[in-house]
Design a binder for this molecule. Structure first.
Ligand code: AMP
Length: 184
């Protein structure tokens, strides 16, 4: 049973590491960014509402995300564990998640903070070439991260759930550190 939350700035390697770890552990990788990008590609109501926020590097409003997460965590494949990537992104989302996990009796094992310096982040993101990876948007995403998501580090540290991993190392080294964390 693996239940993890991945925290870290955009470009820290959360998506890549969360995906590999989810395959290793046989639990779903739940990325709100992937879900939203699929909704945009599909042209669904959710996608239409989320699109402009995403291309500006802003968070989409909580009301679009909270129901989505509640429903996703109720799916059959999520009953044996999950890895959350990109959620929660602010304190209200983290409080919502804590209550939800209590209601469904699914305590989180660890919150993993992938720690990476700013210069490394900007270089990595410029290399990645995703649609919202233009430099001005990257800078805004970093600002949004600092203002809204970074406070979650303290939120989870004070609950003794936080584990920090150096995300500036190579992909394989980070992967090994993560495996060590989850195998206790
Ligand atoms: P990500 O792939 O996690 O970097 O997410 C890409 C974009 O999707 C973000 O810049 C936000 O616009 C949006 N997004 C993803 N997850 C969330 C979330 N939990 N809350 C609000 N917006 C989100």
């Amino acid at each position: 049973m693996t239940r993890l939350i991945f925290l870290g700035p955009p470009g820290a390697g959360k998506g890549t590491q969360a995906k590999m770890l989810s395959e290793d552990c046989g639990v779903p990788h739940i990325s709100t960014g992937d879900i939203l990008r699929a909704a945009v590609a599909e042209g669904s109501e959710l996608g239409k509402k989320a699109e402009n926020y995403m291309s500006a590097g802003e968070l989409v409003p909580d009301e679009l995300i909270l129901d989505l997460i509640r429903e996703r965590l109720h799916q059959p494949d999520a009953q044996a564990g999950w890895i959350l990537d990109g959620f929660p992104r602010n304190v209200p989302q983290a409080e919502f998640l804590s209550k939800l996990l209590e209601q469904i009796s699914q305590p989180v094992d660890f919150v993993i903070n992938l720690d990476v310096a700013d210069e490394v982040i900007v270089a990595r993101l410029l290399n990645r070439g995703r649609q919202d990876d233009e430099e001005s948007v990257i800078r805004n995403r970093l600002e949004v991260y600092r203002a809204q998501t970074e406070p979650l580090i303290e939120f989870y540290r004070s609950r003794q759930q936080l584990v920090s991993v150096d995300g500036s190392q190579t992909l394989e080294t980070v992967r090994a550190s993560l495996q060590q964390v989850i195998s206790g």
